[in-house]
Write a protein that binds this ligand. Sequence first.
Ligand SMILES: [Zn+2]
Length: 361
Amino acid sequence: MKRLIPFLFFLSCFPVHALEAPQIPKNIILFIGDGMGIAQITAGKIVKGRLNLEEFKHIGLVMTFSQNDMVTDSAAAGTAMATGYKTDNYTISMSSDGKPLKTVIEYAKDVNKATGLVASSSITHATPAVFAAHVDSRKKHTIIAEQIATSGIEVIFGGGWQYFVPNTTAGSKRADHKNLLADLAHSTQVIRTEEEFNNLGDVDSVVGLFSRGHLSKANKRKPGLPELTRKAIKILSKNDNGFFLMVEGSQIDWAGHDNNQDELIAEMIDFDDTIGVALDFAKIDSQTLILVTADHETGGFAIHDGSINAKKVTESEFTGSKHTAEMVPVFAYGPGASEFSGIGDNTKIGKTIIKYMKQAL
Ligand SMILES: [Zn+2]
């Protein structure tokens, strides 16, 4: 006892958190707002008022350059986040010398976590593709579809059924007779309509492709990105080992390319509403890390005038119609969030997620 008293005094000199083991998240939800720079977020805040993003206390910035270009595309930036490595533009989770790079989804499967991809684009589009495929060009949609179909990812929601049906089906973009949806139907639930989505029972896995190509715009999508994300979390959270889910707000980027301020703001608010769905889950669950970031900024967007009180942006400008090299923000919430503060590189996102997956072993 005489020895124990000084030891207890010694312990009491340290704050409690210094003695706790570093927090490893059980679940990770990665939100990627394609083309979502600081000005896009600012416009969303002006019009929406308060953003769900304001709940995030750990915020950092990352450089987005790719292996071969200071200005990245979604494939190279997505690969950095999905694998922790830089690659050339247009490349889907392969190194610039053609070697496949292991993705966070593959690491998640090593530790028996459930996995999911949700996007408002075709599911074969660059950002979701980097989490499920290894291909030397983002344009090879039919090959990406084949790899997605055999990936074993439990929840897949997006568009793009044209790459999954045989060339004998009207609307197919395949050159062969492969019917990937029929193949998938042997092992998972395959759905194509809003009605099937609403009637989905208590499943453990599902592939929902709700459009021939990309999903509709923010105010017209049915089911919407928030509903798709809510359902994905509900299904994936049944796994006792946890899950990894990537959700992409794909069309913020396209509004930037089109220099369309109103569509940009509508997509931005829809994306923030979707983040709110994940926050609702994470607040109760308390074992979930939520990350929100962008692959790059698009359009060189700037806000010149508007009204905070009237919640309006009245004057804005795009410096071009392409991606820019600006740093993009990373917002982190939940266990493990503090790692993402400060200025870093986009590979840090992939590397840190993979570190957490390995520590879950
Ligand atoms: Zn783009």
